[in-house]
Write a protein that binds this ligand. Sequence first.
Ligand code: ADP
Ligand code: ZN
Ligand code: ZN
Length: 731
Amino acid sequence: MSQPILCVAVPTPLYRRFDYLPPAGAAHTTPQPGQRVRVPFGRRSVIGVLLEVVTHSDIEQRKLKRAQAVLDTEPVIGADILAMVSWASRYYQYPVGEAFAAALPGLLRQGQSPEATPRVHWRLTAAGQSVDPATLARAPRQAAVIAALHVHTDGLARAALDAPAAVLHALADKGWIEPLTQAPLPAGAGTGTVRGHALNPAQQAAVDCMRERLDTYQPWLLEGVTGSGKTEVYLTLIEEVLAQQRQTLLLVPEIGLTPQLVSRFQRRFPVPLAVLHSGLSDRERLSAWQQARTGLAPIVIGTRSAVFTPLARPGLLIVDEEHDVSLKQQDGFRYSARDLAVWRARYLDIPVLLGSATPSLESLFNVEQQRYRRLALPERTGVAQLPDYELIDVRHAPLEQGLSAPLRRRIRDHLDADGQVLLFLNRRGFAPTLMCYDCDWVAECRRCDARMTWHHSDNRLHCHHCGSQRPVDTACPACHGRDLHPMGQGTERVEQALAEYYPDVERLRIDRDTTRRKGALGALLERARHGRRQLLLGTQMLAKGHHFPNVTLVGILDADHGLFSTEFRASERMAQLIVQVAGRAGRHDRPGQVLIQTAHPDHPLLQLLVTHGYPAFARAALEERRAARLPPVTHLALLRAEATEADAPVRFLEGVQARISAAAVAGVEAWGPVPATMERRAGRYRAQLLLQSDRRGSLQQLLGDLVRQLEQDRASRQVRWSVDVDPADTY
Ligand code: ADP
Ligand code: ZN
Ligand code: ZN
C-alpha cells in the first residue's frame, strides 16, 4: 500500500508546496494538517507547516524525501488560519511557506513548543496567608518568598521571586503556596469596576442591530463621526460576546499610538487581555498568542499581523479605523488585515465589525453593493459638537514660518481663552529643502531621487526615504556660494516659530523624532491630555484616535499635498486625515474650530469636505473613481521591479508586458511599464507595471500563471520583483 504524502509549506521564496513521506517509524499515526514538521530542504533542515495529507504526489514515490519529525502532538495552526493563509498566499501572490512564516510567532518558526511558554506564577494559599515569615528564620529563602507574596497578593512570576525551584516546591508541599498557570492581570487592570455609559439612541440602535445577528457571518460598517462613541459600541458588544463565553479579536492601526485604548479595555473587563504589537519580545508574543489560542484571553487586541492569531472560541472580529493604510502590509507578504478579517469571519461564520469616522471608499462601496451593512453614529456624545471648518487662503495671507497672520491671531485668541491649540503638519525635521539662493541648487540625497530634510536637532541632512544622513553643506557644491537657506517648514521649524510668537505658552511637539525613546510618546500624550493653554504640534501621530478634551482650535498648516498628487488615493487620504485631525477639536463641552491653510480654497473636493462633511466628499470621490474605472469599482495589481542597473527594471517589465499580451486574458489591461515616481531609492532604480481589471477572478488567474512563469525565468533573477494586489499606493 502506498504511504500517505505530506504537503508542506516550506519557508522559501518558491511558490509551490513540497511533498514528503512521513517520518520513519511514524507509520501508526497520521500527521494532521496544522502541525509543524521538520523536513530536509536542499542541504538544510527546516521547519514547515503541514498543509494537507494526500494519497498521491506528482513526484515518484522513490524520489520523495522523508520528513524528519513531526514537532507537535496536535495542530498548532487551526483550520481557519490554515485556510486563510493558504488562500491569502494565492490571492496576494506570495510564496506559501513565507506566508506561513509571516503568520507565525518567531519562536514557533524556530521549533519551540507553544506549551512551554506560560510562565508559572505563584501565590499564597489560604493557609500560607496566615504564615508569618518571621517564624521561618531558619529557612531564610522560604521566608523571603512568603514575605514577597504577602506584598504581591495577586501572585508573582517565577523570575520575580528569584528562588530556586526546590524552595518553591518545599513551600508548595507545606500547602502554603500554589502555582497559577495564568499571569495575574497587570496592576490596576481588569477590575471590571468601570461600568459603561448608558448608550445613546444611535449607539443602542447599532448594538441592537448587531445583537440579533451575533451568531452568523455579517460584515458591518460602523460609520461614526469622531467622538460619537464607537469604542463604547465595541465594548458593549464585547460584553455580549464574553457572556456567551466567546472571544473577540480587535485590530487597531498602531497600538503604540493608542495606549489609552488598551487601558480602557482593561479597566472595563475583569479578564486577561492578550495584546499583540511590534514592541513585544519573542517570548511575550508567543505567550500572548498562546493565551489567545487556548482561550485564556477572551479579548485579543493587536495590530495588523494579529489577524493571524488563533482563537479557541471566536465570537467577533472588530477592525477599528478600518480606513487606515497601516492595516495593509507594504512589503513582503502584502496582505490587507481588514480584508483578511472579513475573509476569516466568513470562514468562521461570525460577524465582523469595521469602524471608522472616515470609512475607506472600498467599504462604502461594499455597503452600496449590499455586501456590508451600515450602522451610523451621526452625532457626538453628550454636549460635544462637531467643529466648524474655515479655509484660510494663503495666496492672500502669506505664510511666515508656516503660519499665516489670521491663523496666528486665532491661536492667540484661543490661548487667551484658556484653550488648547493643536497644529498639524505632516512633515518632520526643520526644513524639507536646503537651497542655494545664487544658483538654485538644492540638497539631494545621493542614493534617492529626493531632497534631503534639514534636521536642526543634530544639524544634519536626513533622507526620509533611505535613512542616509550627512552634515549640512556650508557652501554650495555647484557654485561655491555661501547663500544657503532652508526652504519650507517641518515641525522643528514651526516649533521654533511658536516659541517666538507665544514665548510664555507650553509647547509639545509629537513626531517620530520626539518619540523615539520608549515611553516618550505616552508621557507626551499624558501631558497633552491634561493641558490647557497649551500648544500641541505634530505629524499624523497626533491625528489618530486620541482624546484631548481641552482642544478648542485645530490648525492644519498645509492641506494642499493631497489635492494634486499623481496617486489616485491622495485626495481620499487627505480628507481622512483632515477629518481625523479636526476630530481632536471640541470633544468636550467647549466647541471646536478648525482652520485649514490652503492655496486652493476653491478645490471642489476640499469645498465639499468642509461644507458638507466626509460622507458627501466620499460620495463624490466614489463617483470620480467610477468614471475613471479605478478601485474600488475595478481591481488593480502592481508589479514592481528594482535593480542597481538603471534600465533593467523597465526592460524586465517589458518582458512581463509581452507575456501578458501573449496570455490574452480577457478583461485585464496592463499599463506601463513606467519608472516609479521616485525612480531611484536607496541606490536602486525602480519601475512598475499596473494591471487593471473589472473582474477580480480574471486578474487572479493571470497573476497566478504569471508569477509561476517568472519564477522559472532567468531574466527575473536580474531584478528584484514583487506583486502588490490591491495596492495601497500606486507610485
Ligand atoms: P469614538 O471611538 O467614536 O471616538 P468614544 O467611544 O471614545 O468615541 O467616545 C468619545 C467620548 O464619549 C469618550 O470620552 C466616551 O467615554 C464618551 N462616551 C461614549 N459613549 C457615551 C455615552 N453613551 N454617554 C456619554 N458619554 C459617552
Ligand atoms: Zn549655488
Ligand atoms: Zn535617500
